[in-house]
Design a protein around this ligand. Structure first.
Ligand SMILES: [Zn+2]
Length: 219
């Protein structure tokens, strides 16, 4: 079902509020977007709490970053969103936030790539760590470029997390998964050990992922 622009605006309000309420976007941080069509992206405005956005606050920009519609200015991280849409034509939504546990790993310089939780490995594989890039500059997008080609979730060095998906529900869900996994890894560090899955078990997991994806395909 193709959503209307109004439904996409309502989605950004809803998922922005969810992120804010869970403490993933304190103050006015974080940004979300959806790709409306080949030429236009709907993105959250700069300088507004993600817990207090209205549908009319959203900004329409072109694929080259020009302001097309809306009374506010687009998020200062629009360059990162546009880069991901250019790299991955199948991606229709991008979410960026600062969930505290995953951000702590990003600030410690530790990727979330430990093969220890089977369902997380099935859902996201690994979450690599991108080098630091100054927020709101092309350097930030450049730091992510190579990793976003292959991964749906990336830790942004000394900064936060960015995820993408086929819709905003999926992109937001991946961000939730990353934060949940960060909490699990934190727990294993407190416990003093990690029981890694063997290469054979990981191979079986990959086969299970392929089977599951085939089952999801419409007949
Ligand atoms: Zn940020």
């Amino acid at each position: 079902m193709v959503k209307s622009d109004a439904e996409h605006r309502a989605d950004l309000v809803k998922y922005g509020r969810l992120l804010f309420e869970r403490g993933f976007c304190p103050a006015t941080s974080g940004n979300l977007s959806v790709r409306l069509d080949d030429c236009r992206v709907l993105i959250t405005p700069t300088g507004v709490s993600k817990g207090d956005m209205k549908p009319e606050d959203m900004v329409v920009i072109s694929m080259d970053g020009k302001h097309r519609f809306g009374r506010r200015n687009a998020s200062s991280e629009k360059g990162m969103h546009l880069l991901i849409y250019r790299l991955r034509p199948e991606v229709r939504a991008v979410v960026h936030a600062h969930p505290p546990k995953a951000t702590a790993f990003a600030c410690a310089g530790i990727a979330l790539d430990q093969p220890i939780a089977s369902e997380f490995s099935m859902a996201l594989g690994t979450v690599p760590l991108a080098r630091y890039g100054t927020p709101g500059t092309p350097d930030l997008a450049a730091a992510l470029e190579q990793l976003m080609i292959k991964h749906d979730a990336v830790l942004m060095g000394n900064h936060g997390v960015v995820t993408c998906g086929k819709d905003i529900f999926e992109a937001h869900g991946k961000l939730e998964l990353v934060e949940h996994f960060a909490e699990i890894v934190q727990g294993t560090l407190l416990a003093g050990r990690q029981a890694e899955l063997s290469p054979e078990e990981l191979k079986k997991l990959n086969a299970a992922v392929l089977r599951y994806k085939n089952e999801l395909k419409p007949r």
